[in-house]
Ligand binder design. Sequence first.
Ligand code: CP
Length: 311
Amino acid sequence: MPLFSRHLLGLQGVPREDIQLILDTAVTFREVLERPIKRVPTLQGKTIVNLFFENSTRTRISFELAQKRLSADIVNFSTSTSSTKKGETFKDTVKNIEAMKVDMIVVRHASSGVPQYLTRISNANIINAGDGAHEHPTQGLLDMYSIREKFGKIEGLKVCIVGDISHSRVALSNIFGLKTMGADVSVCGPATMIPRCIEKLGVKVVHSIDQAIEQNDVLNVLRIQLERQAGASFPSLREYHNYFGITSERLEKFNKNIVILHPGPINRGVELSSDVADGPFQIILDQVTNGVAVRMAVLYLLGTLNTRESR
Ligand code: CP
């Protein structure tokens, strides 16, 4: 079955059957990652450029590994060594890369909307690897994959997204994806970090972390985005940790098998105490492993199959 669109810009509006197809396809690629030779010829002859205008460890390496596992030709663009440093515009940079005949572009940028803009100036398939505070769709997909792997389902689960909701692209992709897949989604954090009217997206708001732990099956705990001035939203990191940090004392109080996700990078001692970050409730490194399989699925489905979209 083809996907709805030839790009992956976000999870808003992506149909349930497309999310299902991506997650099911990722199961096959997850098996490939367990083989001694972790490579299939699926994208042989395809050329992919990774345009990272913002720092990344997990997403950049995960996409690069996914592309290598699929036998694609890949090029990594880095702003620090590129001619953008000589004043070349973003549009000229992309047009020049495009002139070298690339099939797919994976882009991360600090400005929301850059992947959407790329679809207007490029003929390549565009995959959003995180744009500003807008969306991070492959993170949302790998989070859903990891939840489904743990519980065998997404529908009906109670999932709370905790922390810096207002600066988070992970929050939006999780909300859109999880709601589409039938989860009961809430957000929890200081009032200064919860966007006004977020309930219009169909999520509940709670301001007590104890309530969030007591009432949910899954907590997806977000990083406090200090580089986006999130620190101005509360008096100190210590106070944030005291009110919203996930600690083993808090988890033990409710004596339940909650599952904790975190997209990384973690601010240890802020969102999660170190013992929780390494403890039995979290599946943080499973998320990272699953991310490669999920990105392989996205690259495969966009790179090789026709879409339902008319161009
Ligand atoms: N989760 C995530 O996007 O991490 P990176 O910023 O390291 O890619």
